[in-house]
Design a protein around this ligand. Structure first.
Ligand code: AHR
Length: 326
């Protein structure tokens, strides 16, 4: 077969595939993008190292998959995400994907997407909508499980300790799925022993600056802090600065358990400043693009896809550091 004939056949096959995709997801594939699938993606913001890695993973994966990505940064505001989703609907994108900043308040805009026959995929964070027909699939971590893993570590670490263990908690963004679930999972794991006392708990909005500021306030207000539980690494890293500035040794005077597993936290762990890290994997891009294609083609996809994740001791973090991707 000559190269030219082969090229014509391939082009013909592509048209067939795109036509099939068009009927599956309810829209006509790639109308606005010369045959490419078009995805509108509304990201939470750029609040953490985790988020930066997640954004890069999604952008790289879209490029690799030949998908046009319309990217919108919500700067941690739900109203910006709602605006972005409405704009994606107006632009008639093929699929909408988003990582909802908070869990509640999405039904109206999701209904608008459904009425426009644009499938929606949730990635990273969930919504609390009762109507499951409002989205096709949810790809992301089990945040309750992450909180449990942090609590389980603490229970083991203090198994033989007598007296109260005073814990301060840096919560993620108020109303967000990871803040709600990590708090609940941790409480569940530690509830069996009354010596574990959460003496202060406040949001640090998943950022380093807020983590530091809130930890400074905790240090001033609390006469005895044994443990810091941070809902993400950036807040833990900010808190480490506050602890050091207060003349204490993070990881020794105050034990620290955190969530994410980003490189900066692994560096801090290798220096003995964080005692345990529960992994939350941000590299969701390839799986998301795969889902986008399937959803658009009208294929059945699982309603829930959980990310595989581990946990890290300081020794494991130090060993993983040289090859850590994010
Ligand atoms: O939703 C995932 C969480 O959001 C990550 O743990 C955190 O770092 C991010 O900001």
């Amino acid at each position: 077969m000559s190269k030219r004939v082969a090229a014509v056949l391939v082009a013909g096959a592509m048209v067939t595939v795109l036509t099939a995709c068009g009927s599956g997801g309810g829209g006509s594939a790639g109308k606005s993008s010369g045959g490419k699938l078009v995805v509108g993606f509304s990201q939470v913001g750029a609040e953490s190292g985790w988020r930066t890695a997640n954004t890069k993973s999604i952008q790289d994966a879209a490029k690799k998959a030949g998908i046009e990505l319309k990217f919108s940064d919500a700067q941690q505001k739900q109203e910006n995400q709602i605006k972005a989703i409405r704009s994606f609907i107006q632009q008639k994108v093929d699929v909408i994907a988003f990582s909802p900043v908070v869990e509640s308040g999405w039904d109206t805009v999701l209904k608008e997407a459904k009425d426009a026959h644009i499938p929606v995929i949730l990635t990273d964070r969930a919504v609390d909508s009762k109507d499951e027909s409002l989205y096709a699939s949810f790809l992301g971590s089990d945040f309750v499980e992450e909180g449990k893993k942090a609590g389980d570590w603490l229970v083991k670490e203090y198994a033989s300790a007598g007296g109260d263990v005073n814990i301060v908690q840096l919560e993620g963004t108020t109303g967000s799925a990871p803040a709600n679930d990590r708090k609940a999972g941790f409480a569940d794991a530690t509830k069996g022993d009354p010596k574990f006392k959460v003496v202060a708990s406040q949001t640090g909005d998943f950022t380093r600056a807020k983590g530091k500021e809130v930890m400074q306030a905790f240090l001033k207000a609390q006469p005895k802090i044994d443990v810091l539980y941070a809902h993400n690494d950036d807040m833990a890293l900010g808190a480490i600065q506050a602890i050091e500035e207060a003349g204490k040794k993070p990881g020794t005077d105050i034990k620290i358990v955190s969530v994410d597993g980003v490189k900066d936290a692994f560096t801090a762990m290798s220096q003995g400043k964080i005692n345990y890290d529960v992994e939350c994997n941000p590299l969701l891009g390839d799986q998301l693009m795969d889902l986008v294609k399937k959803v658009k083609a009208g294929e059945q996809v699982p309603r829930r896809i959980k990310t595989e994740e581990g946990t890290f001791t300081p020794e494991q973090a130090a060993a993983a550091l040289p090859t850590r991707q994010y």
